[in-house]
Design a protein around this ligand. Sequence first.
Ligand code: AP5
Ligand code: MG
Length: 224
Amino acid sequence: MANSTAKFIVLMGMQGAGKGTQAEILQEHLHIPHITSGGMFRATMQQDTPLAHEIKSYYDAGNLVPDTLTIRMIKGRLQESDAENGVILDGFPRTVAQAKALDELMIELGQKIAVVPFFVITEAEAMKRLGGRRVCTKDDNHVYHITDNPPNVNGICDIDGAPLKIRSDDTPDAIQKRLKAYANDTTPVLDYYREAGLLQEVNAEQPIEKVTADLKAVVEGQTA
Ligand code: AP5
Ligand code: MG
């Protein structure tokens, strides 16, 4: 049976806006899982399978993975038992077709999206952040920035002690393509949620702690 206090939160924002960074913090606070479509694709790409090779061909070029494949993956994840009390979605939906599929799934699960925090940053700031991002080789949800969010020990993850690396899609060409995909395919999703009365802007061009405080206020205001 559907849990009436569940919190289904959808984080939106340009590449580099800090969705992954904030979702990791928020999941500790709300005790619900952080579900990242990009992270799920990165995990799949570790395998040597035809599916992994197919995803890699889109991912490394900075192109969106086709909707059918992406929707099937997220649908399966949201049907797992740890998603019953809600989830923090990061990176999904990012086409209107995906947003509609999520609405249908919410109906099937007897749930509703509580709020859609939208992280607002400029493209110049996004480029700066992506250019300096480093992720943990053991768990790429552990995200750093060489100057703005550095680890305690240069090149080493604070949490796992593993070396850091540059993400395979943080190349200048792929960054350009990802930002283009955002403008073409994902900005209509912002309108979709704005019209549904769910979109809440968060100024993401502030220090991480300040963004977290504003995000918590938005989430608690909408889902308490
Ligand atoms: P995905 O993994 O979702 O990447 P993205 O959308 O490009 O977003 P990012 O992870 O780059 O940005 P973020 O907002 O999480 O920023 P972060 O917290 O890391 O998708 C990757 C690919 O997978 C796609 O291109 C596509 O191929 C595929 N894909 C995924 N979902 C899909 C879907 N639904 N449909 C189709 N294809 C899909 O922060 C960035 C940097 O900034 C870090 O260095 C961080 O330390 C730093 N930082 C964060 N906050 C601050 C702050 N407040 N101040 C200063 N620095 C900060
Ligand atoms: Mg991310």
